[in-house]
Write a protein that binds this ligand. Structure first.
Ligand code: NAD
Length: 282
């Protein structure tokens, strides 16, 4: 029997951070496979916009307000999803991101950087609350939705969890120690969950997107007039395929991981990065 994607039709997918750039594209693609999609986001308005667009295009979707850091909020969202669409079959833990307070100004520390300079944020100035925020959003924000929604999947067939890790989980990116560490935790947790859930038919895998130009990183990667910053140029130079990713680049891998095409695959973190992680730079 060759793999098809028809088995996805009628399943219920919950997508956290579904109002955002990457996950809204995922939601639209799954809805086109006749998956019933619940778009969960801190910003209800954004979630609702994505759901409305899907419904206008003939799909089935709802926008639901949810904070991935609060069990009560997730439990309320779960009740809404179950009553309006049914129990969850596919969970995409997409909510995540960085925070400026977990970021240093420079790649390397130099002796003169330790002289008083309000503009410069060195490693020694990192705000523990900022670092905690990033760890919570990415790691706890993956753990809590999994606790709430994976219970629906236990013992059923064809259920899958897809976490969203990042390139920086394999090798940390300069300046963003908190985000790199938090995504490394997401990759590690993906493997842990894959083992833990293996006997109850829940597969757990992750996407590791490379560099996608989105609102979160546009100011870091491009100048006001559209040219690339030094960091943007370095990224392109280290991406053998020579471009940033487009949200659509994630979809084939996502479809594969959600479907029976990957039914013997669990615990993998798939780089979708134009070769960035394969290239040493030399
Ligand atoms: P985005 O900011 O467009 O989307 C993130 C969404 O998460 C937003 O809609 C936001 O409202 C929502 N959100 C934030 N905090 C939340 C909370 N506490 N509860 C519920 N929802 C919350 O970002 P994106 O670029 O589409 O990123 C999506 C995922 O992909 C993130 O996990 C991000 O870390 C990861 N990622 C992005 C890139 C990239 O290049 N853009 C690369 C690697 C990984």
């Amino acid at each position: 029997m060759y793999p098809k994607f028809e088995e996805l039709a009628g399943k219920v997918a919950v997508i956290t951070g579904g109002g955002g750039v990457l996950c809204s594209t995922m939601a639209e693609m799954l809805a086109a496979q006749k998956v019933k999609v619940a778009i969960l986001d801190l910003k209800l308005e954004n979630a609702q916009q994505v759901a409305d667009k899907i419904v206008q295009n003939g799909g089935e979707a709802i926008g639901v307000e949810a904070n991935v850091l609060t069990l009560d909020s997730l439990k309320r969202a779960h009740q809404t999803v179950v009553s309006q669409l049914g129990p969850c079959d596919i969970l995409i833990n997409g909510a995540g991101g960085n925070h400026p307070k977990g970021t240093t100004s420079k790649t390397h520390l130099h002796l003169e950087d330790l002289e008083a300079n309000d503009e410069l944020k060195t490693f020694f100035d990192l705000d523990p609350d900022g670092v905690q925020f990033v760890f919570n959003l990415n790691f706890i924000g993956t753990l809590l939705p999994t606790q709430v929604f994976a219970k629906d999947m236990v013992g059923k067939k064809g259920c899958s969890i897809i976490n969203v890790s990042s390139m920086n989980a394999f090798t940390p990116l300069t300046k963003i120690p908190a985000y790199s560490g938090a995504k490394a935790a997401v990759s590690n947790f993906t493997q842990w969950l894959a083992v833990h859930f293996a006997k109850v038919n829940i597969r757990v895998n992750a996407l590791a997107p490379g560099f996608f130009l989105t609102d979160q990183n546009r100011a870091l990667l491009t100048n006001a007039e559209g040219s690339l910053t030094d960091r943007g140029n370095t990224i392109i130079d280290h991406t053998p395929m020579g471009r940033f990713g487009e949200p659509e680049d994630l979809l084939g891998t996502l479809l594969w991981l959600c479907s029976d095409g990957s039914k013997f695959v669990t615990g993998v973190v798939v780089p979708i990065d134009g070769g960035f992680s394969a290239f040493s730079g030399v």
